[in-house]
Design a binder for this molecule. Structure first.
Ligand code: ADP
Ligand code: MG
Length: 358
């Protein structure tokens, strides 16, 4: 029997390029070579698609240097489903087909990876792919629409106001939120462009900062609560299943989970599973599955929550392609739930093949 040809697509035009390369290296190492033939497709930070050697040993942080997609054979994914999938582009002469791809695994975070754009390309090309589809990816990437869709399912996303570049925000519009507020770009990640505002006079500068990343921003009432995450994975019948929840605890000196706390060493501690009462644990897991359905997700998602001191469970955001390095929360929550990393990758590919091309 022919092996399943998996295009692992990674890197990309995103601030999380390096993390994506590390995640992809782990995914490639976890794919059983007897069953899968890996086609490693790197996207450079400039957006160029190259066929790489997919050498997992190099796709990790070595001496504090984050890996980056470099050179390789230029390839394109033909949007024409009859063109045979990946096509090598030889600048001087010929264009040759590399053969078909059975399934794509976009190990990509943020814009052009997690936002529905590449999912649209896979659909055009008629290639099944791991993770949520075009709509769910776009909706989960946009913090305004995430909240709106979740609210329609009765899931609490907290109080917020939407602001658009070029439009005036009056104090009357926002003062009901109370201070502090978090001002954030609607479609970003890694905490970039986010400011905690403790004085209304700082709001214009915070909005300016958010607008550097997106023309739309959210002004959110600050929630004081614990930060809890929960992994969701599609089961063999296509239903969402929740992992054990985990808690991120900031160590002294960090007030919120900002870029530095996320990526600097020793800024946070993790409890996997989170130390929550059985009741709150169940509500978090159930809410994670409901959020997955509300956004029409498929394959996987990581749902991030706040749990308040009086045990309210609020959804902060939904990530449709969470970090996938061996030390990332998503695989660790599943490991703690009895699903090993290789099994996780297997199940995601099986789910993609079950759904088939759009
Ligand atoms: N409404 C809020 N109340 C309290 N803390 C918040 C709020 N919004 C964001 N934060 C803090 O900022 C961090 C990043 O915000 P988040 O919305 O998750 O953006 P990103 O998509 O960049 O991860 C959160 O993990 C949390 O620490
Ligand atoms: Mg977040």
């Amino acid at each position: 029997m022919r092996r399943i040809r998996v295009a692992v697509v990674y890197g990309g035009r995103s601030s999380e390029h390096g993390i994506s390369v590390v995640s992809a290296g782990s995914v490639i190492s976890a794919l059983d070579p007897d069953r899968y033939e890996v086609i490693p497709v790197g996207i450079t930070p400039q957006g160029r698609w190259v066929l790489t050697d997919g050498d997992a040993a190099q796709m990790r942080i070595i001496d504090r240097a984050v890996p980056e997609v470099g050179t390789g054979t230029d390839v394109v994914l033909a949007p024409d489903p009859t063109a045979g999938g990946l096509v090598a582009v030889d600048a001087s002469t010929a264009v040759g087909a590399l053969g078909t791809v059975d399934v794509a695994f976009p190990v990509l975070h943020g814009r052009f990876g997690e936002d529905g754009t590449i999912q649209g390309l896979f659909e055009m090309a008629g290639i099944p792919y791991v993770g949520p589809g075009v709509f769910a990816s776009a909706a989960a990437m946009d913090k305004e629409f995430t909240k709106k869709l979740l609210a329609a399912e009765g899931l609490d996303g907290g109080q917020y106001v939407v602001a658009r570049r070029g439009q005036q925000v009056s104090s009357l519009d926002v003062e009901h939120l109370g201070l502090p507020v978090f001002v954030k770009p609607a479609r970003a990640g890694s905490s970039v462009g986010i400011t905690k505002v403790t004085d209304w006079s700082d709001l214009p500068a915070a909005l300016e900062e958010a607008f550097r990343h997106d023309g739309k921003a959210l002004i959110e009432a600050a929630v004081s609560g614990r930060e809890i995450e929960c992994g969701v994975l599609e089961d063999a019948s296509g239903e969402p299943e929740a992992s054990v929840p985990a808690e991120i605890r900031l160590v002294r000196g960090h007030d919120w989970y900002d870029f530095e706390a996320k990526y600097l060493d020793d800024a946070c501690e993790f409890d996997i599973p989170a130390l929550l009462s059985p009741d709150v644990t169940e509500r978090v897991r159930e809410s994670a599955c409901r959020a997955f359905r509300a956004l029409d997700c498929a394959g996987l998602a990581r749902v991030d929550f706040f749990v308040t001191p009086d045990d309210r469970v609020l959804v902060n955001e939904v990530n449709t392609m969470p970090g996938f390095t061996p030390i990332s929360m998503y695989p660790k929550m599943w490991a703690a739930s009895g699903v090993s990393y290789p099994e996780l990758v297997d199940r995601l590919i099986a789910a993609a093949l079950r759904r088939g091309p759009a």
